[in-house]
Write a protein that binds this ligand. Sequence first.
Ligand SMILES: [Zn+2]
Length: 145
Amino acid sequence: MSNRPEHSHYVRRVVLPSGKTIEVVYFDDTPGATQPTASNVPARTEREQTDLHICGSCGSDLVYPVEWDEAGATHWEVSLRCPNCEWSGTGIFEQDIVDRFDEELDRGTESLVRDLRRLIHANMEEDIDRFVAALHDGHIVPEDF
Ligand SMILES: [Zn+2]
């Protein structure tokens, strides 16, 4: 009886030193109950259906190749999997689509590292917030030092 999806995740807004604001979405570990949402997808104007990293099932952009094989001189047979909704499938794609996918995967690795740095930074901010709050509430007094 936990049919209340609005409580299955919460968003924390993080302001980066650059002034940019990102939203970190936290999900409860209730499989099936959550409808994952990308709350801050970078403005993507040309969303094409041939973007292999975009999941056709849930819209996640985390689709990655499980394996790929040459299929003729100009095509590749690629098995894909979406870690978000467990969708998987295999298709034959043109060279330039696969090339673009390859570039996107490189970008994905870079942005993963960036996200990780932001998260570490956000956690640090949280510690500082807690410390400041404790100071204000009088839980930390000069005798502590
Ligand atoms: Zn998916």
